[in-house]
Design a protein around this ligand. Sequence first.
Ligand SMILES: [Zn+2]
Length: 442
Amino acid sequence: MFASRKLILGSWVITSALEPPLQDHAVLVEDDRIKAIGPIPELEARHPDAARHDLRGCAIMPGFVDAHRHCYGVLAHGIPTEHAPRDFWAFLNEFWWGRIEDRLDHDMLRAAMALSCYDMIRSGITTFFDCLEAPNAIPDGLFVQAEVVKEWGLRAVLCFEATERVSTANGELGLQENVRFIQACQVAGGLVSGAMCHHTTFTCSDAFIRRAHELAKTHHALLHFHCAEGTYEPEQALRKWGKRTIEHYDDLGVLDETTLASQCVQLSPREVEIVGERGIRVVTMPLSNCEVGGGIAPVPEMRRAGATVGLGTDGYVANFFASLRGAFLIHKARLLDPAVMPAREVFHMATADGARAIGLEHLVGSLTVGKQADLIAVDLDLPTPITAHNLFDQLVLWRDQVDVHSVMVAGRWLKQDFVVHRADPEALIAKTREAARRLWGG
Ligand SMILES: [Zn+2]
């Protein structure tokens, strides 16, 4: 069989935020992998047989990694609430669990995942990590979601957030959902994989958390959990154990290369040190932290301490460029320092560090020969000149999802000429509305 070759020409090629952008370069894609990167005339001369995709006027760059989301969350956008929740605990206990998560069924998950995939492709996200919290949608909630993701062609890590909140038996069912899903993905191969996941220290016992960690190790998967998203969890931990959340996890022996701790908003300086010393993976969601009144995560501090920090949307504001700008702006305001979190660093979190956070750094996160061909082209029709020096600022601050010209995952175009393939936006919205109506009214 002949290999399929595509030669993608760009005004700029960004291989990684750690390298200077390359002007008038091209990327050669063979089947699902990046085969070569070089100056346009050179690659054109060497590969006259390749299908030519002239995207000059665009920057070709690694696809974004949304390292934390809850795709079902789209069904809750705009849900009526009589009063804003008082705090993070009230948000979960009086609103999110009862009104949303406990009511989710498979049809709702399908509708939400389809709209989310469409939204992600529009935004230039090529890989995502999703955490399903729906105690009444197991068994098989993850498998239902995976079917939809495969139809859209995105790369994903999916997990179910096991919790003893409902019952011990439901917690065990959640762990088993993850084990079955991880194993099924390992056997099947492809773009979708699984992870182990438990909720928090306030909904899971120590024994349950240790078991989740063991299962993750046994099945060669990450252990994901939400960590100190607001003040509630560290306050509970201090009352119960006389130490803070990360300190408790450390004493349980579950902070290692397996660990992916999302949020990490309310951390003490000592916890930041532990996060760095253990080299755990972290994901930050600046916009949803604002939404729930959780605080501002010490992201620059964690990065300085040695943690890998990726960027996520939490399934809140779907446009990934909004999360980029949130990460860019919020730490400058908090630290009274315009020099922290430059655009280049935010871009790195949205690509390579996101990939590393979710354990896919060997496949994606940068445009590297031999890696998977997951890339996007962003239109550069900007009113001010573009230089190698300002390109990251131009992209992070002045571009948006409407400027995402093309999206490719594993060598396959999912969006071209600003249009998402196979998408029927009206039908997607109609199905989501129907699912949301059932969720809200049920
Ligand atoms: Zn979350």
